[in-house]
Design a protein around this ligand. Structure first.
Ligand SMILES: Cc1cc2nc3c(=O)[nH]c(=O)nc-3n(C[C@H](O)[C@H](O)[C@H](O)COP(=O)(O)O)c2cc1C
Length: 308
């Protein structure tokens, strides 16, 4: 399946979980249509923190992977764009939903829901970076610290570069290269769907992934899929794709939600923990589970020998 086809079922970004090893196991045993990386701090990239790049390590695959970034400073997203593009990621995503106190108090993650002009500025930086990329500018031409440029080259040699042009990115307004997306929540204190969705569309995003909870709710209660459906309605007549997220427990549930709420795709996070097969609707034997666990552990050591 193509990244922009209707009916996409994706592995959601999960910090501390969807690292390269987890994605490889999930891809090989479940093959989601799309996967996200864990989020990466844009400021950390600029400050030259090489270890951050482990989150962008990548196995050889044709499954599109979207690189996700967070942070409140629009200017730093330029580096994020060129790093992700250089590494052959299938898109770049802005985290606008993380409720972590350390991130929110600095103005990133869900705090962007309270500062939409800042979110718009971030998207503008990404749109500009994409224009520059299309005109031939590369990571080497930026002033990202040299140690980071070298570290990106090391990862690039290891990973398979997806032929971006081969991915049909329907729903991408300006270009068919590196769609710019946002993953957010339905609101901060209360739902803001009717305010936020038109704002993001106007800002020029290509895709929105919406978790059906507010910041205040964190992970409690139930995801509000009626609000997600409302958001999808607000994208009608535009080229923007809208993926829904929250409490999906199985492929059947994902398909039901797409049908009931009209979204173009669904993200699965927690239900994929320890269950890469969820994307295939396969129920493994005990022996298969054991093998997968050992394989996952081996991959962890392979990707991060420094943590041995
Ligand atoms: C431990 C944990 C870490 C998460 N990390 C991220 C993240 O890095 N980026 C992001 O956009 N969402 C993150 N999320 C949110 C999930 O992507 C997802 O929106 C949420 O868990 C609801 O989906 P689910 O009901 O399928 O789990 C995280 C969630 C959990 C539980």
């Amino acid at each position: 399946m193509n990244i922009s086809d209707p009916g996409v079922i994706a592995l959601a970004p999960v910090d501390g979980v969807t690292d390269a090893a987890f994605r490889q196991v999930t891809d090989e045993l479940g093959t989601p249509d799309v996967m996200y990386t864990e989020f990466v701090t844009t400021e950390g990239l600029f400050r030259g923190r090489e270890t951050l790049l482990h989150a962008l390590d990548k196995h050889k695959t044709n499954t599109p992977i979207i690189a996700q970034f967070f942070g409140p400073h629009p200017a730093f997203y330029m580096y994020a764009f060129f790093v992700a593009a250089e590494l052959g990621y299938a898109g770049i995503d802005v985290n606008m939903g993380c409720p972590d106190t350390n991130i929110v108090k600095k103005g990133g993650g869900a705090a962007l829901l309270l500062d939409l002009p800042r979110a718009k500025e971030i998207i503008k930086v990404l749109l500009t970076a994409r224009g520059e990329w299309l005109n031939g500018k590369r990571l080497a031409d930026t002033d990202l610290p040299d140690n980071m440029k070298r570290a990106v080259e090391v990862i690039k040699k290891k990973s398979c570069i997806v032929n971006l042009a081969s991915i049909n990115l329907r729903g991408c307004q300006g270009s068919n290269v590196m769609p710019i997306s946002v993953k957010t929540r339905i609101g901060y204190h209360a739902t803001q769907v009717t305010e936020v969705i038109p704002y993001l569309i106007e800002a020029g995003v290509d895709r929105i992934a919406l978790h059906g909870r507010t910041f205040d709710a964190r992970y409690s209660g139930k995801a509000d899929w009626a609000e997600i459906a409302k958001a999808k309605e607000l994208t009608r007549g535009t080229n923007i794709t809208l993926w829904g997220n929250g409490d999906v427990t199985s492929i059947t549930d994902a398909k039901d939600k797409m049908k009931t709420y009209g979204v173009d795709g669904v993200l699965i996070a927690r239900a994929a923990f320890g269950n890469p097969w969820i994307f295939k609707d396969y129920h493994p034997t005990f022996e298969e589970r054991k093998k997968a666990m050992l394989y996952h552990a081996q991959l962890c050591l392979q990707y991060r020998p420094d943590l041995d």
